[in-house]
Design a protein around this ligand. Structure first.
Ligand code: BDR
Ligand code: CA
Length: 326
């Protein structure tokens, strides 16, 4: 079977690194575009090259730098989770490959307009994607879908209401959700189910490949970040879930939903306001099958929200992927 054609827009980032490792092995990655987010643009672009060189893919896949800051507000970064480089932890060589000269937005527009059935996967703030839609609105009809890591059906992480990627550029997120494109949202309610533990780190080390050792170092550092932030000893590699959903849809149960982005709330700016009244319960994962038949009460769904992860199958996918690299 032909691999799905994707562009991965990301801000590596420990979990973005996992997203890249999964995507390159299982999908047809037409290019990687970078966006200022976890760390400034220069850092995340360098980090994308680091990961591609680690898996010997830097000759085949170009890295296209995009916007360095959000549409209307200054950039907020996350050194508390990802370190000053955006990819602290593993000791790596500086990459020898260089980023492409073409801007990420031009790459996205040109590729989508010239190639059928491209899926966009976005694991950082949505600035590049929103700019691409503004530049060439026809890409909304051309892309197969946009699968994002961002938002939450329940609570946030950067604030009580909002998740980091949406919080950084809510105006861009609103543009994407309102555009009419089919959005698949892999939010925190889902990615909090994917945590790796110190036991997982041991399992990665046992695989014995250079890439698995890199993954173990990334996970180790990320668990440490969580502990420093008074969170559990768990590394949720959020972004990898969005890619996993594209690789193997059966890993995730989802439901259609109308999702709006809050732009004005004093306490809720950047919140993904999810209308799941048709799912009835406080926990939308409850009785998914029963509730699938319920009529929508609010606006028509503009998105599909991920709700339940098959954790064991997901972990197997990650481990086998790491084992298949050198
Ligand atoms: C998201 O924010 C970033 O720090 C991660 O890379 C992920 O994309 C999780 O909220
Ligand atoms: Ca990210």
């Amino acid at each position: 079977m032909d691999k799905k054609k994707v562009i991965l827009d990301c801000d590596p980032g420990h979990d973005d690194a996992f997203a890249i490792m999964l995507a390159v092995q299982h999908l047809d990655v037409l290019g990687i575009t970078t966006i200022g987010g976890n760390s400034p643009l220069a850092n995340v672009t360098r980090n994308a090259l680091v990961v591609l060189e680690m898996i010997d893919a830097a000759d085949k896949i170009g890295v296209y730098p995009g916007h360095s800051c959000p549409m209307v507000v200054p950039l907020v970064t996350a050194p508390n989770f990802h370190g000053e480089s955006g990819l602290d932890g593993p000791v790596v060589e500086e990459p020898v490959h260089k980023a492409q000269k073409k801007h990420a937005v031009d790459f996205i527009v040109d590729t989508v307009m010239s190639t059928d059935d491209v899926t966009l996967i976005a694991t950082g703030p949505l600035t590049n994607i929103a700019s691409a839609i503004n530049r060439e609105p026809r890409i909304v009809e051309r892309v197969k879908e946009i699968c994002i890591m961002g938002g939450s059906v329940t609570f946030g992480n950067w604030t009580s209401a909002s998740e980091f990627n949406i919080f950084v550029d809510p105006e861009a997120a609103a543009r994407v959700f309102e555009s009419g494109v089919h959005v698949k949202m892999t939010g925190l309610n889902l990615t909090r189910q994917c945590g790796f533990t110190p036991e997982t780190v041991k399992r990665f080390r046992f695989i014995g490949t250079k890439t698995a050792a890199f993954a173990a170092d990334l996970t180790d550092f990320f668990i440490g970040s969580n502990l420093r932030e008074n969170e559990p000893a768990l590394a949720c590699m959020h972004d990898a879930c969005a890619v996993a959903w594209e690789i193997e849809p059966s890993l995730i149960k989802a439901a259609p939903m109308h999702i709006d982005i809050e732009l004005n709330g004093k306490y809720t700016r950047g919140m993904t306001v999810c209308d799941y009244r048709h799912l009835r319960g406080v926990n939308p994962a409850v009785d998914l099958e029963r509730d699938a038949q319920m009529a929508f009460r609010g606006e028509e769904p503009n998105a599909e929200a991920a709700l339940e992860l098959d954790y064991n199958a997901y972990l197997e996918l990650v481990c086998s992927t790491l084992a298949n690299y050198q």
